[in-house]
Design a protein around this ligand. Structure first.
Ligand code: FSX
Length: 364
């Protein structure tokens, strides 16, 4: 880990990492965060000055997919984050210590870095029955979250579970699972949704906060605009087929083989805000739509309850069940969906309107 008392620049130099390499890395972060190229110099300079930065990672009700995802980050790598950038003082999956020693590490990190440390949370927090459904060191998730968040600089909620409740929050939500943001008061919360979230969205955001000491621009759901400012549909390479009305009707028909739009086989790209189509996955190798599967909208609230992963958006959703339905109910539900999207004041909202028109025409 970064040696106490030294700066990141000094630590990197000792490892033979040149200033040029740091600048290159800063350029990647600047590009990811949609900053002007000139910001790279500032980021590199500020990163070089960064001293030991404590990060406390709290895991609640989740599947560990978010940690799996961040360990597959390509730029920067988790190794960069842990060994060169930060001190990951507490992380259930990655820490070497356990039991009392782990809790002591968390308490010490909080004490020594009051007001400066970052808390990363994954998973949702059970609130029913006194929060008994998930405990760590004999304490409820809620208790641990509120104690740890109290003196933090900022909270970063990674994954749809921490950001919006995710799978544990899906009906009937037996544990009373809640997202993190409503449970911590008076602290900035950055949501990086996705089930799991894109690793570069997590590491890029954390690097941004570390280097610039501020919170990036967020959308109305608390997500960094740099990664969540556009829909998958906005940047999808299959979009020209959508415009021309070329749609795959099943996953193995001729249209699917020709790479046509997956809208009619249930793709939720038009209403899913995330960077899968641009940042992609596994070192920019591919993303679900590129491998032939529609987007399931995992970065949006309540995507599990909406169900219908293979039903087209034009089939709409039932306000009662949350499941996709057809006919008149569909048109009304979809109109609501479109209206909600319009409220987001994003240019990509226009892309949801053809779906509403399609639903209306089907109704007629
Ligand atoms: Fe949830 Fe993450 Fe999905 Fe899993 O920690 S966002 S279930 S990928 O693991 O919280």
């Amino acid at each position: 880990m970064t040696e106490t008392g030294t700066t990141l620049g000094e630590a990197l130099a000792r490892r033979g990492v040149s200033r040029r390499a740091l600048l290159q890395y800063a350029s990647v972060v600047a590009a990811q965060m949609m900053l002007p190229a000139s910001a790279a110099t500032t980021i590199a300079a500020e990163l070089a000055k960064v001293r030991r930065q404590s990060v406390i990672w709290l895991s609640f009700q989740e599947c560990t997919g978010c940690t799996e995802s961040i360990t597959r980050s390509f730029s920067p790598t988790l190794e960069d984050l842990i060994f060169n950038f930060i001190s990951l003082d507490y992380h259930h999956t990655l820490q070497a210590v356990s039991g009392d020693a782990a809790e002591k590490a968390r308490e010490t990190a909080m004490e020594e870095n009051k007001g400066k440390y970052i808390v990363v949370c994954d998973g949702s927090v059970p609130t029913l029955d006194g929060g008994v459904y998930s405990t760590i060191a004999g304490r409820t998730n809620l208790d641990l979250l509120q104690e740890t968040a109290k003196d933090a600089f900022a909270i970063v909620s990674v994954g749809t579970c921490a950001a919006f409740g995710g799978l544990p929050h899906a009906k009937p939500n037996p544990t009373g699972a809640e997202a993190v943001a409503p449970l911590v008061k008076g602290k900035p919360v950055i949501n990086i949704s996705g089930c799991p979230p894109i690793p570069e969205a997590m590491t890029g955001t954390i690097a941004y906060v570390l280097s610039l000491g501020k919170i990036p621009d967020l959308d109305h759901l608390g997500r960094p605009m740099a990664f969540f400012g556009e829909t998958i549909h906005d940047r999808c390479y299959r979009r020209p087929f959508y415009e021309k009305g070329y749609f795959a009707k099943s996953f193995d028909d001729e249209g699917a083989r020709k790479g046509w739009c997956l809208y009619e086989v249930g793709c939720k790209g038009p209403v899913a805000y995330n960077a899968c189509a641009t940042v992609k996955w596994n070192g920019s190798t591919s993303f679900p739509i590129q491998s032939g599967h529609g987007c399931i909208g995992c970065s949006e609230p309540d995507f599990w309850d909406r169900g219908g992963f293979y039903r087209p958006l034009s089939a709409g959703t039932s306000s009662k069940t949350g499941m996709y339905v057809g006919g008149a109910a569909a048109a009304g539900a979809l109109a609501g969906l479109v209206a909600a999207t319009v409220a987001r004041k994003r240019k990509s909202v226009a892309m949801a309107q053809p779906a509403a028109q399609e639903a209306e025409s089907k109704e007629g």
